[in-house]
Design a protein around this ligand. Structure first.
Ligand code: AMP
Ligand code: ZN
Length: 195
């Protein structure tokens, strides 16, 4: 099971406000797991699954809605880079581990970052309904979907109210659709789907 140990280490340094923590990680090479000329991969400080990484573009991009078609090559690079990294670290086909790469529609942290997260959700840092819903509902926008929307429409519009509503929705197992009474029950139930 993933723990929050990394998080307590990162939060000990308090030079920037918490929502700028990723900018801080970007400028601290000791946090970089790997990088190329366009982006950097770090460990998520409060992993919501056994394997949870963040890909950060080197260039400062405020958020999803500031992206335009000229950023598509960068978004593609971030996705390709994450796949190469997963193959390098976990083996061919990521050692059989199921990952999703994507973005939270309404992120809490400043600066664009792409989540790369295994689909076990086996972590003590995944503590509440908001966490669960942010990775298992449409609030989580697949990187390929983001790229194709920007390619088609030139930019991405986010209806904040709609997406924030998804976080407040019921606790549902996204595999079978069964609603669960609380998070521990849901996590136990979810494990029964062979994770
Ligand atoms: P979001 O802004 O909702 O897309 O998610 C931000 C992610 O950043 C969360 O998964 C947090 O666990 C993670 N996080 C928050 N602060 C830090 C930090 N200082 N270093 C690394 N990861 C962090
Ligand atoms: Zn289920």
């Amino acid at each position: 099971m993933a723990t929050c140990a990394e998080g307590s280490k990162v939060s000990a340094k308090k030079s920037l406000p918490w929502f700028r923590g990723l900018s801080e990680a970007k400028s601290d090479p000791s946090k970089h797991l790997d990088s190329n000329d366009k982006c950097i991969i770090i460990r998520d400080g409060y992993p919501k699954s056994r394997h949870h990484y963040l890909v950060l573009p080197r260039r400062n991009i405020p958020n999803l809605t500031s992206l335009t078609t000229k950023d598509v090559p960068l978004l593609e690079n971030m996705l390709e880079f994450s796949k190469l990294y997963l193959n390098k670290v976990h083996g061919v086909n990521y050692g059989g581990i199921n990952f999703r790469c994507g973005y939270h529609a309404v992120p809490s942290m400043k600066e664009l970052h792409m989540h790369v997260i295994s689909q076990d959700f086996d972590s003590i840092c995944l503590k509440n309904k908001k966490h669960w819903n942010s990775f298992t509902t449409d609030f989580f926008l697949d990187a390929t979907k983001v790229i194709s929307i920007i390619n088609d429409r030139g930019c991405l519009e986010i209806n904040r109210e709609y997406y924030e509503g998804l976080l407040k929705g019921p606790l549902v197992c996204h595999v079978c659709g069964k609603e669960q009474v609380n998070l521990p029950t849901l996590k136990r139930h979810f494990k029964s789907h062979n994770n």
